[in-house]
Design a protein around this ligand. Structure first.
Ligand code: SF4
Length: 359
């Protein structure tokens, strides 16, 4: 171990609730990542239970409302116009068509509807449609989220006034590695958009992607940026790269699944009150790996757009996994009786563990 941070987590003097900090150092985060796996998972699960029901997972549905032909050059993205990935471009969807998809998502159990457009930033002429989508989806009783690229203060404020709950804008990777992945917008641009979103009163959804050839220090750097924002993002998607033929990253080396789980666990420890979302790449994860991610503190998932077609094998698979693990969608949680809950709650420290065991 050898680290003060790691040692603190093992100490019996750990505070009742994990402190909310915004001053994490890279060395501290790397020390957390490098701990023995079982220490790390125990800490993450302990922190998780301080703020969340361990058997509840928030479920969102993602719809692409405008696909492809994006002018940006994100090396992982099949929607960039710069790469030939065979993706069919689609114009901005009609408002009514989006609302139909949102209704289907609600009927299938989603509580948040995320709408994504492949833009550098929304154009003025698209704003009335986008704002109508936000209002319409809200009226259906769903939480709303959008990802439309960079936002200036004015557009962020108009989206906030229309009732948009969340805005997604990922930092993607560490500031040091960022230039290897994107050259058409800067890290500073991204931070500015997050600032505009927060100032407009919306919740921030921001995370990154693992498996783009980054080092462990870059993963720590990404987590540091997220955790040291003035306010932690409300939602932190951690993606595993989906390698798409035709993109510069199509041959990137796989992430070690245990390293991925470690990153989820550290995200949970650094941002105790945030929803950590197991996001892209879940298709390629085994049930066991997903279960470990939930144990490590992931408590949000995306159902893909394919949920909105019938039949829906992906959704059925997710429902089956939830049943096997005894996980409920967050808004339908049945609480265990308090006594049972107390019994199964992770002990806060060794002395509590021994007390329970009657030692
Ligand atoms: S800005 Fe978004 S849609 Fe455009 S290339 Fe980057 S990730 Fe893809």
């Amino acid at each position: 171990m050898g680290s003060a941070v790691a040692a603190n987590f093992q100490s019996s003097s750990q505070p009742a609730n994990a402190a909310i900090r915004n001053d994490w150092t890279l060395d501290e985060i790397q020390a957390l990542l490098n701990q023995p796996f079982n220490y790390l998972l125990f800490q993450a699960q302990t922190v998780h239970r301080q703020y969340f029901d361990p058997n509840a997972v928030q479920v969102s549905t993602l719809l692409s409302i405008k696909t492809g032909a994006c002018p940006e050059d994100c090396a992982y993205c099949p929607q960039s116009a710069r790469y030939d990935t065979g993706l069919e471009k689609e114009r901005l969807m009609e408002v009514e068509a989006v609302l139909e998809k949102a209704k289907a998502a609600k009927a299938a159990g989603s509580d948040r509807f995320c709408m994504g457009a492949a833009w550098r930033s929304p154009r003025e002429k698209d704003m009335p449609y986008v704002l109508a989508m936000v209002k319409g989806v809200k009226e259906l009783g769903l939480e709303t989220c959008m990802t439309l690229g960079m936002l200036d203060e004015d557009k962020a404020s108009r989206l906030g006034q229309a009732g948009l709950d969340y805005y997604n804008h990922n930092l993607d990777t560490s500031p040091d590695y960022y230039g290897e992945i994107i050259t058409t917008r800067s890290y500073g641009d991204r931070l500015e958009t997050l600032d505009n979103v927060r100032k407009a009163g919306m919740k921030v959804c921001s995370g990154g992607i693992l498996g783009m050839g980054e080092s462990q220090r870059d993963r720590a750097g990404l987590l540091q940026q997220l955790a040291n924002l003035p306010q932690h993002p409300d939602s932190v998607p951690i993606n595993q790269l989906v390698k798409v033929a035709g993109t510069p990253l199509e041959h990137a080396a796989d992430v070690d699944p245990l390293d991925f789980i470690r990153s989820i666990a550290v995200a949970r420890i650094l941002m105790p009150k945030s929803h950590v979302r197991l996001s892209a790449g879940r298709e390629e994860m085994s049930e066991e790996m997903q279960a470990m991610c939930f144990f490590a503190g992931a408590n949000s998932i995306f159902y893909g757009e394919c949920l909105l077609t019938t039949p829906n094998p992906a959704a059925n698979k997710d429902q089956a996994l939830f049943r096997k693990l005894g996980i409920n969608s967050e808004h339908k949680v049945t609480q265990a009786p308090q006594q049972l809950d107390d019994l199964i709650a992770a002990p806060r420290d060794e002395s509590e563990l021994y007390a329970r065991l009657g030692a």
